[in-house]
Design a protein around this ligand. Structure first.
Ligand code: BJW
Ligand code: ZN
Length: 264
C-alpha cells in the first residue's frame, strides 16, 4: 500500500487513513532520510517518568490551573502557595528517571550530530539526565532559584526545600523559580535558535505537548511553513493535529523508540 505524503492522521480508533504501524513506518522512513531534525518536547514526554503534566488527566495540583499559578501576579499575591506547587513538583522530578522516549532522542542526536536540535518546554532536566546535549530550554529550569532582589541565581537541588518561600541569604529578598511564567518573555537566544532550526529542518517531531502555549507552539508551525515534514506524537488530538503530516496517537516512550530504531 502506498502511503499518502501529507495530512495523514491516525486517531485512536484508526478511523482515518491508516494503522499505527504504518504511521510508525512512515515516520521512521522520513527520519532515515533527514539530516536536519528539530524536536519540540512538552510535559507528555516526562509523564511516563512520573512527572505530572499541566493539562488533562492528572494535570492539576490541588484545584489550580497552571494559568493561575505560573504567573508573576500569582507569585506577588501568594509566594508561599506558588512555592508549594514548585516544591511538590521538584520532589516528583527528583524521584523521576528518564524514560525510553528520552533515550530514543539521545540515540537520534548521536546519529545526526549538529543536524539535531532539541527544544524543550520542560523544566525538569530529564533530557540532559538521559544524555541529550543539544538541548535548548524554552521555559527555564526548575532547579534554578533567582533572587527577586539582587538577581543572583543559584542551582539548588534540595527537595523538599527546608523553608517556603525560600529567601536569598545575601539580600534577604524572596527567591523565585528560574522558570518562564505567563506574560514573561522566553530567552531571546533560545527562541531565535528555535526559529532558525525550524527554517532549516527537514523533519520536525512534536512530542507530548498540547500545543496551546505560545510562542513555543509557533515553532512547528514555522517548520511546516518552511517545508519540514511534521510528525506529532500525543495521547490525544491537539490544536496542531489537523495541520501536521502525521499525528500518531500513543505514548512517546513507546512510539519514539520504534521510530528512531533502525531509522538510519
Ligand atoms: C502525552 C503523554 C505521553 C500526556 N506520550 N503524549 C499567542 C497566542 C495566544 C496567546 C499567546 C500568544 N503569545 C503569547 C501568549 C500568551 C501566553 C500563552 O501562550 N497563553 C496561552 C495559554 C493562551 N504565553 C506567554 O505568556 C509566554 N510569554 C510570552 O509570550 O511573552 C511575550 C513577551 C514578550 C516581551 C515581553 C514580555 C512578554 C510565556 C509562556 C510560559 C509558559 N510557562 C509554563 C510554566 C513554566 C514553568 C513551570 O514548569 O512551572 O510552561 S505554563 C506550562 O505550559 C509550562 C509548559 O512548558 C507549557 C506547555 O505545556 P505542555 O508541555 O504542552 O504540557 P500540557 O500538560 O499542556 O500537555 C501535555 C500533553 O502531553 C497533552 O497533550 C497530553 O495528551 C500529552 N501526553 N502523556 C505522549 N506518555
Ligand atoms: Zn538577593
Amino acid at each position: 500500500m502506498t502511503l499518502p505524503e501529507a495530512a495523514t492522521t491516525i486517531t485512536r480508533l484508526n478511523v482515518r487513513v491508516q494503522t499505527l504501524p504504518e504511521g510508525i513506518a512512515r515516520a521512521r522512513h522520513w527520519l532515515a532520510e533527514a539530516r536536519r531534525v528539530l524536536v519540540l518536547t512538552g510535559a507528555g514526554c516526562s509523564a511516563e517518568s512520573g512527572v505530572p503534566t499541566f493539562r488533562g488527566a492528572g494535570g492539576l495540583w490541588r484545584q489550580f490551573r497552571p494559568e493561575t499559578l505560573a504567573t508573576p501576579e500569582a507569585f506577588a499575591r501568594d509566594p508561599k502557595l506558588v512555592w508549594e506547587w514548585y516544591d511538590w513538583r521538584r520532589q516528583r522530578i527528583a524521584q523521576a528517571q528518564p524514560n525510553p522516549g528520552h533515550y530514543a532522542l539521545v540515540e537520534l542526536e548521536q546519529r545526526l550530530g549538529d543536524g539535531f536540535a532539541l527544544f524543550t518546554q520542560n523544566v525538569d532536566g530529564l533530557h540532559e539526565r538521559a544524555g541529550s546535549q543539544r538541548v535548548w530550554r524554552l521555559h527555564g529550569d526548575i532547579w534554578l532559584l533567582r533572587c527577586t532582589g539582587c538577581g543572583r541565581q543559584e542551582r539548588n537541588l534540595a527537595a523538599p526545600l527546608p523553608v517556603l518561600p525560600p529567601r536569598c541569604d545575601r539580600c534577604g529578598a524572596l527567591f523565585r523559580p528560574g522558570v518562564v511564567w505567563f506574560g514573561e518573555p522566553l530567552p531571546a537566544d533560545v527562541l531565535d535558535a528555535a526559529f532558525a532550526a525550524a527554517r532549516r529542518a527537514e523533519v520536525c517531531l512534536v512530542l507530548g505537548t498540547s500545543s496551546v502555549v505560545y510562542p513555543a507552539a509557533r515553532i512547528p508551525q514555522s517548520a511546516l511553513e518552511s517545508g519540514a515534514r511534521v510528525v506529532e506524537i500525543n495521547l490525544e488530538p491537539t490544536e496542531l493535529s489537523d495541520r501536521v503530516h502525521l499525528s500518531l496517537r500513543g505514548r512517546t516512550g513507546e512510539l519514539l523508540p520504534q521510530i528512531v530504531q533502525g531509522a538510519g
